[in-house]
Write a protein that binds this ligand. Structure first.
Ligand code: PAP
Length: 327
């Protein structure tokens, strides 16, 4: 549909919304992150202008369905893995292992971001064209407070994954530099930015705490997972996830190796070796292979100094004090 085909009152409504959000954004606290991007603080978290506009649009017009599933995380906490696992679990009755969509698509294509794909690219995303239906699968890095705005009447299932903050830092640093093609963002600069909390979707502890509290208040709708536990006890965690999503494994599935098949399909080794993930990229040019690196717990030890370790541990401990959460 071309711009001139948009009905006049719809176009006016969109223009008004955009004016409203522009004036809201200009009234917010702002700062510059370590890569020079201007960020705005909205409901306790930092976003750039385009992403914030997308979040505001999502807040206004997203119509949740009870069966929707949303994969949430702070960047580099295990999003790609959790997207793959959630897709494989929730859609398992529809696909055979021979022609499974995860063999030919990157998990980010199958579980689109609300604020980084759908509402960033369109004022009114066409939900009939989603890669998955019944349930619809979405993902997000936005804060729990922002995400739950449209879900007052119709809460849906939210599954959050958190990861050790030092491993997140190193993963993010490697990702940023793999995209720019050279090491032009120093680990120290990214470290200081993460410690100050002024980074996209940060502060990290605010992002994590929002979902942590959400999971305590409403465990039926918010599941809190840890990357490290997915690594050490994958069978336990995937069964927990399946039950939470209301797609529990049957005894037959368990006995015939159904749990292990999904774990193998979604493993870093399998996904990173697929042709699509070796050669493909997102429409913005980010190559799929940059989402797969080592996937190791404690990889930060090869990069961070003891001083960095102490500083970030102290900050996180202080920020999480009293929450019952340890990162
Ligand atoms: P995103 O937020 O940009 O989507 P995300 O997937 O959360 O990134 O994080 C990428 C990390 O998950 C990488 O960790 P590393 O840099 O420490 O290696 C990546 O290797 C890891 N990862 C990706 N897919 C998997 C998987 N299937 N199993 C385990 N870890 C994975």
């Amino acid at each position: 549909m071309g711009e001139k085909d948009i009905p006049r009152n719809l176009k006016e409504e969109e223009e008004n919304q955009s004016e409203d959000s522009k004036s809201l954004i200009s009234s917010l606290p702002s700062d510059i992150d370590c890569s020079g991007t201007k960020l705005y603080k909205y409901q306790g978290c930092w976003y750039d202008k385009d992403i914030l506009q997308a979040i505001l649009k999502f807040n206004k017009i997203f119509q949740p369905q009870e069966t929707d599933i949303i994969v949430a995380s702070f960047p580099k906490s295990g999003t790609t893995w959790l997207k793959a696992l959630t897709f494989a679990l929730a859609q398992r009755s529809k696909h055979t292992s021979e022609n499974h969509p995860l063999l030919t698509h990157n998990p980010h294509e199958l579980v689109p971001y609300l604020e980084l794909d759908l509402y960033l690219k369109s004022s009114k995303p066409d939900m009939s064209k989603l890669p998955s239906s019944s349930p619809r699968l979405f993902s997000t890095h936005m804060s729990f407070d922002a995400l739950k705005v449209p879900m007052k009447e119709t809460p849906c299932k939210i599954v959050y994954v958190c990861r050790n903050v030092k491993d997140v830092l190193v993963s993010l640093w490697c990702f940023e530099n793999s995209m720019s093609g050279e090491n032009n963002l120093s680990l120290e600069a990214l470290f200081e930015s993460l410690c100050s909390g002024v980074n996209l979707c940060g502060p990290l502890w605010e992002n994590v705490l929002g979902y942590w509290r959400g999971s305590l208040e409403d465990p039926k709708h918010v599941l809190f997972l840890r990357y490290e536990e997915l690594k050490t006890e994958p069978r336990v965690q995937i069964k927990r996830l399946a039950e939470f999503l209301d797609f529990p494994f049957t005894k037959e599935e368990e006995d015939s190796g159904g749990v292990d098949k999904i774990l193998e399909l979604c493993s870093l080794r399998n996904l990173s070796g697929l042709e699509i993930n070796k050669t493909g990229s997102l429409s913005e040019g980010v190559s799929f292979k940059s989402f797969f690196r080592k996937g190791e717990v404690g990889d930060w030890k090869s990069y961070m100094t003891p001083e960095m370790e102490n500083k970030i541990d102290m900050i996180v401990e202080e920020k999480l004090q009293g929450s019952g959460l340890i990162l």
